[in-house]
Write a protein that binds this ligand. Structure first.
Ligand code: NDP
Ligand code: 8X3
Length: 266
């Protein structure tokens, strides 16, 4: 189904999957409501999305870890919609903070991960649902992770948060049965965005090592998938999708190419 002129709300649209999704939905001629904390970045994304073809693109500050911020953002959204339905909600805001074992874990990291990936998704969904009256093809897509399927050392709370995202998605799918709103989760594996830079608190070298020697997913790969899901015929619900790079057979099972042994020699 066509997404032209449909209203799409994307959380965490200032970088990575969210920014790429704004461009991809924009290219379909959709109208965009973009939220994140870094408003300058968000405004650039809105501008670029319009250049890509978005009918409209609005950037508003959003911190999903704060109920007040979510409510203000959704009130602005309501004003922009002016009675038209919100067609697609993409709960993307989130990420990992730290890679510490439980024994070394920091309260601040744990709280940030639960706040954004779990409570933030709940807050935004609760606030946005009244904006999604019966509208053929209306869709909620939550961004999970392979981490929600398989735990790894240092990932306890992030993995738990994404496992919670899966269960919330399933519960929501059941709760909305008959409401005409599609619900699903997209669960990517290794994708090179700002994810690891955030996880390692700005250590770019350490972040690069995560993807070294592999061809990871790109933000665009995920954005194209989100557009594909939202544009299926209205009776089709994509419940769950796991997307990994070919180089990642499982969490922690990654094929890495060796760098050439004599890089200077032809
Ligand atoms: P990025 O770090 O590039 O993007 C994360 C986005 O989330 C940013 O726009 C950031 O905006 C936003 N965000 C984070 N916390 C908040 C908050 N409290 N309130 C509002 N916005 C917030 O990483 P990705 O694009 O990779 O991550 C997007 C989603 O995909 C996350 O949920 C992540 O867990 C998930 N994911 C990522 C994978 C990967 O390998 N990259 C794989 C599987 C899932 P700002 O800082 O401006 O608020
Ligand atoms: C991000 C993928 O495997 O780094 O969700 O946790 S992973």
């Amino acid at each position: 189904m066509s997404l032209k002129d449909k209203w799409i709300l994307i959380t965490g649209a200032s970088s990575g999957f969210g920014a790429a999704a704004a461009a991809a939905f924009g290219a379909q001629g959709a109208r965009l409501l973009l939220g994140a904390r870094r408003v300058d970045r968000l405004k650039d994304v809105a501008r670029e999305s319009k250049a890509a073809g978005a009918a409209e693109a609005y950037a508003h500050a959003l911190d999903v870890s704060k109920t007040g911020s979510v409510e203000t953002f959704v009130q602005r959204t309501r004003e922009r919609l002016a009675g038209q339905p919100l067609h697609v909600l993409i709960n993307n805001a989130g990420g990992a903070h730290g890679l510490d074992t439980v024994a070394e874990g920091k309260d601040g990291d744990w709280e940030a991960m639960i706040q954004s990936n779990v409570l933030g998704l709940l807050r935004v969904t609760r606030a946005a649902l009244p904006l999604m009256p019966h509208d053929a093809g209306a869709t909620i897509i939550n961004i999970g992770s392979v981490a929600g399927h398989t735990a790894y050392e240092g990932g306890s709370v992030y993995c738990a948060a994404k496992a919670a995202e899966r269960q919330i998605t399933t519960a929501l799918r059941l709760e909305l049965l008959g409401a005409g709103i599609r619900v699903g989760t997209v669960d990517p594996g290794l994708a090179e965005t700002e994810f690891s830079i955030v996880r390692f608190k700005g250590d770019v070298q350490k972040a690069r090592k995560v993807y070294e020697g592999t061809i990871p997913l790109s933000a665009r790969d995920i954005a194209e998938t989100l557009v594909w899901i939202a544009s299926r015929p209205a009776h089709v619900n994509i419940d769950s999708l796991i997307i990994k790079p070919v180089d990642q057979a499982a969490v922690g099972k990654v094929h890495r190419r060796q760098p050439p042994s004599n890089p200077g020699k032809s």
